[in-house]
Ligand binder design. Structure first.
Ligand code: FEO
Length: 393
C-alpha cells in the first residue's frame, strides 16, 4: 500500500478503518475512522509520528515498505491509547534501534501495556526539541486531551502540528485534507463531545497554548488533515468557551404514550417561547447525536416514565452519559409520569451531580396528562425561556 506525500520528506502512512462502527465498545462511529501515522525524513534522522490500531498494523508496515524506509530512528508516541500505540511493537521489531519518544507519564503507560521495552524510551519535557538534521520537532505537553499523558508534536520548519486525538474527527475518507468542511465539522464536533468535552476546562488551557504557534497544517491522528487550521481552532474556541445557546435538549422515553404526550406539548410550548428544541427518543436515537447536541444546549429536559420505582433504564443511561460528558449546560428539568409512585426525580437528580446546573421545577404526573398538567408544562416552557434570556450572546 502506498504512502501519501504531504510534502518532500513528510508522508501520511496511516490506515482508514471504513468498517468500524464502535470505539471502545462504547462510542458510535457512523462514518468509520482513521488512524493517522506520519513519517518525517530529516537530513539525519527519520521519525514516525504515532502508529495505528494493531488490527491494521499490516497497512502501516506495508506503506513504510513501499516508501523504502530502511531505518526509523524515533517513534513519537503522542498518546498511549492503543489505536495509536498498538503497532509500536511491530515497528520496533523491524527497527530495533528506534527510540520511543514520549512524556514520562506515557512511558509508564506504555510499559504497563507492554508495548515497548524499558531501554527503548526517550522521554521529553514540555517544550523540549529533537533535531532530525534539517528539521526540528518540538514537544508540547497537553495533558488530558484526553488521557493524562498526552502531548502534541510541532514540526518547526514546516509549521505542522501533529495533534494526535486533539482536534481530530472520526471519519473514514480518501481525502487527505478536509474538502467538505460541513461533514468534518459534524464529525469533529461528535469527537469533541464524546471524547474531549469532559476535559473542557483543561482543553481551554491547551487550546490557548497551541494558539501561540503558527500553523500551515494541523495533522491529527483521526480524520483528515486541516490545511485551513483556523477552521478547527475556531470551532474548538466556540465549543469550549462560548456561552451555551438558547437550546433545550430533550432525551425521552415513553412506554404507553403519557410521557410522549407531555413531551410533544412541551416542545410546542418551547417553540412558542422562541426556544430551539433537539428531541431524542432514546429507544431509537444515536447516542452520539445526543452528545453533539449537549455541546451547545443551555438546558436539558429529561422525559421518562416510571419503571420499577425509578426512571426507564435508557433514560438512566442518557443521564449517566450527560453527567460524565460534563457539558456547559446551565439548567435541567424532568418531565414524566408514574402509575402509583416512585422516586424517579431524586434518582435522576443524583445521577447528574457533576453538572453545575439549576434545577427548574419538574413536571411529573400520575397517569395521562390532563388540563392542569398541560398548564404546568406551559409554565415550565415559559420558565426555561425566561432563564435563557439571561444567557450571554
Ligand atoms: Fe485515538 Fe485516545 O485514542
Amino acid at each position: 500500500m502506498k504512502a501519501r506525500k504531504i510534502k518532500d520528506g513528510i508522508y501520511w502512512v496511516g490506515a482508514v478503518d471504513w468498517d468500524r462502527r464502535l470505539f471502545d465498545d462504547l462510542v458510535p462511529l457512523p462514518d468509520g475512522t482513521s488512524y493517522n501515522a506520519y513519517l518525517i525524513q530529516g537530513s539525519e534522522k527519520t521519525t514516525l509520528i504515532d502508529t495505528v490500531d494493531p488490527d491494521m498494523a499490516y497497512i502501516l508496515l506495508s506503506r513504510l515498505k513501499e516508501l523504502g524506509v530502511e531505518s526509523i530512528d524515533y517513534v513519537i508516541a503522542n498518546h498511549a491509547e492503543q489505536d495509536h500505540s498498538g503497532t509500536i511493537p511491530q515497528v520496533l521489531e523491524q527497527h530495533p534501534q528506534a527510540q520511543v519518544v514520549c512524556t514520562p507519564k506515557c512511558k509508564k503507560m506504555l510499559l504497563d501495556l507492554e508495548l515497548a521495552p524499558e531501554d527503548s524510551f526517550l522521554t521529553v519535557d514540555d517544550g523540549e526539541t529533537l533535531s532530525l538534521g534539517d528539521r526540528t520537532l518540538e514537544f508540547i505537553h497537553a495533558p488530558w486531551v484526553h488521557w493524562p499523558e498526552t502531548m502534541l508534536t510541532y514540526l518547526q520548519e514546516d509549521k505542522i502540528l501533529f495533534s494526535c486525538d486533539f482536534l481530530g474527527s472520526h471519519l473514514a475518507t480518501t481525502d487527505l485534507y478536509v474538502t467538505d468542511e460541513g461533514q468534518v465539522y459534524e464529525a469533529a464536533k461528535r469527537y469533541y463531545a464524546e471524547i474531549m468535552m469532559p476535559f473542557r476546562k483543561i482543553i481551554q488551557k491547551n487550546l490557548k497554548k497551541v494558539q501561540e504557534y503558527e500553523f500551515s497544517l494541523i495533522a491529527p491522528s483521526h480524520g483528515p488533515i486541516y490545511d485551513r487550521p483556523e477552521f478547527i481552532l475556531d470551532a474548538y474556541q466556540d465549543w469550549v468557551h462560548s456561552e451555551p445557546k438558547n437550546i433545550v435538549v430533550l432525551p425521552y422515553i415513553s412506554m404507553h404514550g403519557s410521557t410522549r404526550e407531555m413531551v410533544e406539548h412541551l416542545v410546542d410550548a418551547l417553540i412558542e417561547n422562541g426556544v430551539t428544541v433537539k428531541l431524542f427518543n432514546l429507544a431509537v436515537t444515536d447516542i452520539g447525536k445526543l452528545a453533539i447536541s449537549l455541546v451547545d444546549a443551555a438546558t436539558i429536559v429529561i422525559g421518562s416514565p416510571t419503571v420499577l420505582a425509578g426512571a426507564h433504564p435508557n433514560v438512566v443511561y442518557a443521564a449517566y452519559l450527560a453527567n460524565a460528558l460534563r457539558p456547559k449546560t446551565k439548567f435541567v428539568s424532568i418531565v414524566g409520569s408514574y402509575g402509583w409512585g416512585g422516586k424517579m426525580v431524586q434518582q435522576l437528580a443524583d445521577l447528574i451531580s457533576n453538572l453545575k446546573v439549576e434545577i427548574i421545577d419538574p413536571v411529573v404526573i400520575k397517569g395521562s396528562p390532563k388540563g392542569e398538567d398541560f398548564e404546568s408544562l406551559d409554565k415550565l416552557a415559559a420558565a426555561i425561556a425566561e432563564k435563557h434570556k439571561g444567557l450571554k450572546k
